[in-house]
Design a protein around this ligand. Structure first.
Ligand code: ARG
Length: 266
């Protein structure tokens, strides 16, 4: 008998507890949906090398910023995804797509036949070319004057590839030595400090570096082929490729692209 009473008391206690909990919850009638957890938003991991202004650089707050960053933020928004940025060496970007560390490369990356074997490129979003940075008043007037010069490049970039190939076999420019730097700005600093003769780098960062070293250096056209920048995904990731391409088309058509160009590039 005692046991039964105890049982019913326990039951009563438990059920009232449940009731209280339930009432407690249903009291909040303003947002009943908050009880159901929203599915976590998909995350788009962008890989870049934030050493390439105005496309990517580390902002005053220590976070990557620039045209590519803003562009990928727009893409992520249209894909309903959150964006996470992995900042790494330029030459590590393609490998990081392969091993899944990142989903998308946005790094002012030029579409090349060699790279196409390793990644899938989106539609192009910018046209650029290589420029030669030299000390103000220098005798170098064109790429053919790079003969017997020590030339600085950013490791793994098209500037590096063109000049290094030349060094090995083509001998079009006949440079004396190619110096490879992790960061373009370090090559520029060595140029300013007279340690190398010239820097070959993409046109937009070239102009930025010249502007921030007023009077000391100038940038001249290299005459090398123009280059198309595109974003890259892991080979075969057509699902992401299509989404990014669709978003890029929209961004170009609705004026967002021009707005970002004005904000970051012009
Ligand atoms: N356009 C050149 C290339 O594809 C240089 C890109 C460098 N980008 C960077 N974020 N550091 O090789």
């Amino acid at each position: 008998m005692k046991k039964r009473i105890l049982k019913s008391i326990t039951l009563l206690l438990v059920s009232s507890l449940i009731a209280v909990t339930f009432i407690g919850c249903s009291n909040d009638t303003s947002s009943p949906s908050t009880k159901v957890d929203a599915p976590p938003a998909a995350t788009l991991v962008m890989g870049t090398n934030a050493e390439f202004p105005p496309f990517e650089f580390v902002g005053d707050n220590g976070q990557p910023d620039g045209f590519d960053v803003a562009l990928v933020k727009e893409i992520a928004k249209r894909m309903d995804a959150e964006i996470k940025i992995e900042n790494m060496e330029f030459k590590s970007l393609i490998g990081s797509l392969g091993n899944g560390k990142i989903d998308l490369v946005a790094a002012g990356m030029t579409v090349t036949e060699e790279r196409k074997k390793e990644v899938d490129f989106t539609q192009a979003y910018f046209t650029a070319n290589q420029m030669i940075i030299i000390p103000t008043g220098d005798s170098i007037k064109s790429a053919s004057d790079l003969k017997d010069k020590v030339v600085g490049v950013q490791e793994g970039t098209t500037g590096d590839i063109i000049i290094s190939e030349d060094d090995v076999e083509v001998k079009e420019y006949n440079v004396k030595e190619v110096k490879r730097y992790k960061k373009g700005i370090d090559a520029v600093m060595d140029l300013v400090n007279d340690r190398i003769d010239a820097v070959v780098i993409d046109s937009n960062p070239a102009k930025e570096y010249v502007a921030s070293n007023e009077g000391k250096i100038v940038a001249i056209q290299s005459g090398m082929e123009t280059e198309e920048y595109a974003m890259a995904v892991k080979k075969g990731n057509t699902e992401l490729l299509e989404k990014v391409n669709a978003a890029l088309t929209e961004i170009k058509e609705d004026g967002t692209y021009d707005k970002l160009v004005k904000e970051y590039i012009q």
